[in-house]
Design a protein around this ligand. Structure first.
Ligand code: FMN
Length: 199
């Protein structure tokens, strides 16, 4: 299934290269239990002080919850995400009450931890036979209003979850991009002891 572009440089579980972000989806619905399984995996992500800053606001297609979230996506993303089965808005609490404290304080790790949760979500989706595709392309003010999000929460991303389809469902320009991409070599991302990657 995966192209030659995904050859790990060191031995890893195939889950890590099997996960990718397609845009071609079948339009098949995802059942609530299947969606909750994907979110359950995200729930078990690690977080600083176990603050669990993530929150997930989900909408299955053909429900009342779908349209307001879908409408907040940029046109490009609406073009392909219309065939997804669910949208999940990943948000994070900017403040937390840390151990030994009685009042909430800024949580410097809220975005980092929400990112870990998104990764778990995406890997569980892959394991469950679904695909997950993160999107930064949305109107943040419209989305905040659509889901009634308090200002104390930051929007991180919207995730489209769907059953992967043949790229033929996409317009021609997107068909050419419907292939798993590569990564730079590990040596350009990991170094011993000192930062040595160039500025
Ligand atoms: C936070 C985030 C935002 C993204 N925003 C978009 C987006 O708005 N539209 C889109 O088509 N892809 C989007 N992507 C997908 C990335 O382009 C993709 O994850 C990246 O190229 C790596 O490819 P892979 O996920 O297939 O391994 C986003 C991914 C992430 C994690």
């Amino acid at each position: 299934m995966l192209s030659q572009t995904r050859q790990p440089g060191h031995p890893i579980h195939p889950l890590f290269t099997d996960r990718w972000s397609p845009r071609a989806y079948t339009g098949e619905a995802i059942s609530t239990p299947e969606l909750l399984t994907v979110l359950e995996a995200a729930r078990w992500a690690p977080s600083a002080y176990n603050a669990q800053p993530w929150r997930f606001i989900y909408a299955q297609r053909d429900t009342a919850a779908w349209q307001p979230i879908f409408d907040a996506l940029v046109e490009f993303n609406r073009g392909w995400a219309q065939r997804a089965a669910a949208l999940v808005v990943v948000v994070s609490a900017k403040d937390a009450t840390f151990p030994g404290q009685t009042e909430a304080a800024p949580n410097p790790w809220h975005a980092f931890d929400a990112g870990a949760a998104w990764a778990s979500l995406a890997f569980q989706a892959t394991l469950s036979g679904w695909s997950a595709h993160g999107m930064a392309g949305f109107d943040a003010d419209a989305l905040r209003a659509a889901v009634n999000l308090p200002q104390s929460y930051a929007i991180q991303t919207v995730v489209a979850i769907g059953r992967r389809a043949d790229k033929g469902v996409l317009p021609e320009a997107l068909q050419a991009r419907e292939v798993p991409n590569d990564r730079r070599p590990l040596a350009q991302s990991a170094a011993e002891g000192h930062f040595s990657f160039g500025s």
